[in-house]
Design a binder for this molecule. Structure first.
Ligand code: PAF
Length: 291
């Protein structure tokens, strides 16, 4: 695996990778902020299945951290992450310096309205602008045929797809921005680097999140009233050990429009809730009503 930290060597390495892939082989990009866990490695394995060349980026993006969020405390473990990626057969690691990504004078911002509003966007103003801006740059730097993102961050995926469509990006095209299903622990809890912050007791209680979501989805799909079902979901979480709920909402899966009744198109149940000081998010598909 080759590792590069600045743009010119990246461009040469991507060109060499394309040439090695016979020119017609696809290149896949998995973007990360490092501190890799099984969820990231699943994306890498899915990329490997779909492409001749796999590029992974590791960049802790200052633009997506709010003033009250501790950018400096974000784990940086390049050596460990590098070894994991090497073990997965990754071809190229793009680990830009902050100066390479945002040289002096950098002054642009990509803001995707609509899908970035509400949900996690409400609690983290400017966060999705930072994500859209860095992902657009990463796409333009690597020019991958496809890019893979975890469905666990459903709103982020929706923002990136919207940005890719709206800006007419072709490498990757919007259809090649792929969402990969959430990787879950044996008891159903979505894998997340935040799970490491949970005490043993909180970890045991955290399973209330996927469990209550599945109960709510079964009720909605059986025709139950949506607002009443979401209220029940919130009280199940509070009874299960969660301290507060940021949101529990039913939304259109694609444009994230808020729904108060089951629709005849793909929907998503999205929840963010706090257990102790740890904020967990999850989302699951809700089957459309037959029209
Ligand atoms: O999901 C993440 O790790 C980040 O938001 C991303 C997409 C790598 C952009 O910095």
């Amino acid at each position: 695996m080759q590792t590069v930290h600045t743009l010119d060597p990246l461009r040469s390495a991507v060109a060499a990778l394309r040439a090695r892939s016979g020119g017609s082989g696809k290149i896949a990009l998995v973007t990360t902020m490092g501190a890799l866990h099984e969820g990231h490695l699943t994306l890498v394995r899915e990329a490997r299945k779909r492409a001749a060349g796999v590029v992974v980026s590791i960049f802790v993006n200052p633009l997506q951290f709010g003033a009250n969020e501790d950018l400096d405390a974000y784990p940086r473990q390049l050596e460990r992450d590098s070894a994991l990626l090497e073990g997965e057969g990754v071809d190229l690691l793009w680990a830009p310096t902050v100066e390479a990504m945002y040289p002096a004078g950098f002054a642009s911002n990509i803001s995707v309205t609509g899908v970035s509003e509400g949900l996690c966007g409400a609690a983290r103003p400017g966060h999705f602008d930072g994500v859209a801006t860095v992902v657009c740059k990463l796409f333009n730097q690597v020019l991958p045929d496809l890019a893979l993102f975890g469905e666990k961050d459903w709103q982020q995926l929706a923002v990136i797809r919207r940005m890719t469509r709206d800006l007419d990006l072709t490498l990757p095209a919007a259809d090649n921005v792929l969402g990969i299903g959430t990787v879950r622990e044996a008891d159903g809890l979505a894998m997340s680097s935040r799970n490491a912050y949970l005490s043993a007791g909180q970890r045991a209680e955290a399973v209330a999140l996927p469990t209550a979501m599945r109960v709510a989805i079964a009720a909605i799909e059986a025709g139950a009233d949506v607002p009443a079902t979401l209220a029940r979901l919130e009280s199940d979480l509070l009874a299960g050990g969660f301290g507060s709920i940021d949101y529990a909402q039913l939304r259109d899966a694609d444009d994230l429009v808020l729904l108060d009744a089951r629709a005849d198109r793909p929907m998503r149940l999205l929840v963010a809730a706090r257990i102790g000081s740890t904020r967990l998010i999850d989302n699951m598909a809700v089957a459309p009503a037959k029209s």
